[in-house]
Design a binder for this molecule. Structure first.
Ligand SMILES: Nc1ncnc2c1ncn2[C@@H]1O[C@H](COP(=O)(O)OP(=O)(O)OP(=O)(O)O)[C@@H](O)[C@H]1O
Ligand SMILES: [Mg+2]
Length: 318
């Protein structure tokens, strides 16, 4: 299977005046052609950092090590110019909170043209037809190409961002929390929409969320991230039906049933780990209720292409 994105041993620290934040730790991550891959973890676990490091955004105070390959070619450390091209044309990005990323006062059409012009030599007619086609795909009426973002609802703006991210038919789309801040029914529509456009365009998709329940329905494979580390990975069914890592199990148990009576959500007790601390053992141990003797002295194996669960419980099962 052709690998679209392949990340190996990615470690990212951010230095500030006060301290060094250890944000990503030895992350192995892979997306194959046509795959929809979910990246799930709680707030602060490093999900956006992973996306932005792949795209070389937010790099001012970043130190990184590891390899990032796109379509078989290393892209960490390539020239800024080449990265800009990748970012606009070959990897579509829907950044977190992106429904507020459009300029509220500039016509949708003009904002789409700007992106197209940056990467192609299309005529006005071609640009207009491409803009209309992509808006149509996300269910925005063609009569609205001359409207401005402030005239749309949040859900519509999110659709427009999705259309914009894929206008140049990228090989990969990275959508960071595309449904957060939308109500439950709109969330479902956006998720289904993403799935449909990805299938129509034969694109791969990385979808990032803190909510396993909302996005898992469209994922082929899922990575669970905790404190900057991948702690478990598997197909959607493996993760949903047979989670092994205690963190994944707790995530599943605390999920909110969709559209039903209000329920009491049992969150995961304890505090998330600090990015300032260097952990010699499993980051989840402080919140885990299945700690083994070995957990206190030896770090569990890392998730790689052959290891699917970063937990000592896994080796006990064998
Ligand atoms: N440039 C930076 N300098 C210092 N710390 C940073 C920087 N960028 C990110 N961080 C820290 O990295 C950690 C992970 O942030 P990130 O945005 O990747 O988390 P996330 O999983 O996307 O969270 P959320 O679900 O809230 O979006 C946070 O503790 C954040 O403060
Ligand atoms: Mg984020």
């Amino acid at each position: 299977m052709m690998s679209i994105l392949d990340v190996k041993g990615l470690t990212v620290d951010f230095s500030t005046n006060e301290a060094v934040h250890h944000v990503l730790k030895n992350v192995d991550f892979n997306i194959d052609k046509g795959e929809i891959v979910g990246l799930i973890g709680e707030s602060g676990s490093g999900k956006s950092t992973l996306a932005m490091t792949v795209l070389d955004i937010n790099s001012q105070n970043r130190q990184m090590s590891g390899n990032i390959s796109f379509m078989g070619e290393r892209i960490d450390n390539i020239k800024k110019e080449k990265m800009r091209h990748l970012r606009g044309k070959r990897i579509g990005f829907v950044p977190q909170s992106s429904m507020n990323a459009l300029n509220p006062l500039v016509k949708i059409k003009s904002q789409f043209f700007e992106t197209i012009k940056a990467h192609t030599n299309m005529s006005m007619e071609e640009m207009l037809s491409l803009t209309e086609k992509s808006l149509e795909m996300v269910g925005i009426d063609l009569s609205r190409t001359n409207s401005r973002p402030y005239e749309f609802s949040g859900g519509q703006r999110q659709r427009i961002m999705i259309a914009l991210s894929m206008i140049l038919s990228p090989e990969l789309i990275i959508a960071d929390e595309p449904t957060t801040a939308l109500d439950a029914t709109v969330q479902l529509k956006i998720i289904e929409l993403l799935k449909n456009v990805v299938q129509q365009k034969h694109t791969s998709l990385l979808i990032i969320s803190h909510d396993l329940h909302t996005i898992s329905r469209i994922c082929d494979r899922i990575y669970i991230m905790y404190a900057g580390r991948i702690v478990e990975t598997g197909t959607r069914d493996e993760i949903l039906d047979n989670p092994v890592h205690p963190y994944t199990q707790k995530l599943l148990a605390s999920r909110l049933p969709l559209m039903c009576e209000p329920v009491r959500v049992t969150g995961i007790s304890g505090t998330p780990p600090s990015t300032l601390k260097k952990y010699e053992v499993c980051e989840f141990m402080e919140r885990c209720d299945r700690v083994l003797e070995i957990c206190r002295t030896i770090r569990p194996p890392e998730c790689t292409s052959s290891v699917k669960v970063a937990c000592h419980l896994e080796s006990q099962l064998e």
